[in-house]
Design a protein around this ligand. Structure first.
Ligand SMILES: Nc1ncnc2c1ncn2[C@@H]1O[C@H](COP(=O)(O)OP(=O)(O)O)[C@@H](O)[C@H]1O
Ligand SMILES: [Mg+2]
Length: 215
């Protein structure tokens, strides 16, 4: 059982968009993926309720998760993706207590980089009780071919946390696929967006493999 959560106290950084696409990307690779929507705003649940959507089950759970909740999910799935609210609070802290990997999406802008420090601090705190937790930053909503996009990585390095090589750009396919109630794989299989999510899946799985080899 692997638990991957998307966290950042800031809203609008792409947590929900990435969580859904990542979940579907991993399901396409034959993982039995479960999805927990712990955001009281229920964005992922709304996405799932779009007519005809049968991608996977999104469970609404707008409150802190317990060991029982995780064990329950564990019975049915090999991999659990958890979307969290845009706030520092009990819900996110409870999710971090059970996560193997916490992905922190952040836009490559100074303001986002500064505000991510609080989220990183929360992960450091959670690590004290959950020693398997790994936090990793993910460049999100990067505007392709701009100086800001290029310089962003350098600024992010100052946060002194692992960063995914894969970067998620600002692309219309992400927005339109959500509206259509599907992932970028169904909406635009040959798009750059689909390739980015595919790369992200690959990078996560490689990281998992390395971990299991080194124990
Ligand atoms: N990579 C992207 N490219 C374009 N629009 C995006 C991208 N990621 C997110 N968005 C849009 O930005 C808004 C916030 O994204 P969302 O995934 O809900 O962020 P969060 O869950 O962190 O609040 C939504 O309208 C979404 O469609
Ligand atoms: Mg969200």
């Amino acid at each position: 059982m692997m638990i991957i959560s998307l966290v950042n106290q800031k809203g609008g950084v792409g947590k929900t968009t990435i969580a859904i696409n990542l979940g579907i990307g991993l399901a396409r690779r034959n993982f039995k993926v479960g999805f927990l929507d712990t955001d009281p705003q229920g964005t992922a649940s709304q996405w799932q309720s779009i007519e005809g959507n049968v991608a996977f089950e999104v469970r609404r759970h707008p409150s802190p998760v317990s060991y029982e909740d995780i064990k329950d999910a564990n019975r049915n799935y090999g991999l659990l993706v958890i979307d969290t609210p845009p706030a520092i609070g009990e819900i996110t802290l409870s999710v971090l207590a059970y996560s193997d990997l916490a992905i922190i999406p952040l836009a490559p802008s100074v303001l986002d980089i500064w505000s991510s420090r609080t989220t990183i601090g929360m992960i450091e705190e959670a690590k004290k009780a959950n020693s398997i937790l790994e936090g990793k930053l993910l460049v999100s909503r990067k505007v392709p071919r701009t100086r800001l996009g290029r310089d962003g990585r350098e600024a992010i390095a100052a946060l002194e946390m692992d960063v995914f090589e894969t970067e998620i750009s600002q692309r219309i396919a992400y927005v339109e696929s959500m509206i259509a109630g599907v992932s970028v794989f169904q909406y635009a299989p040959k798009s750059e967006a689909a390739k980015e999510i595919e790369d992200l899946c690959e990078e996560i799985l490689q990281g998992m493999q390395m971990k299991s080899q080194t124990g």
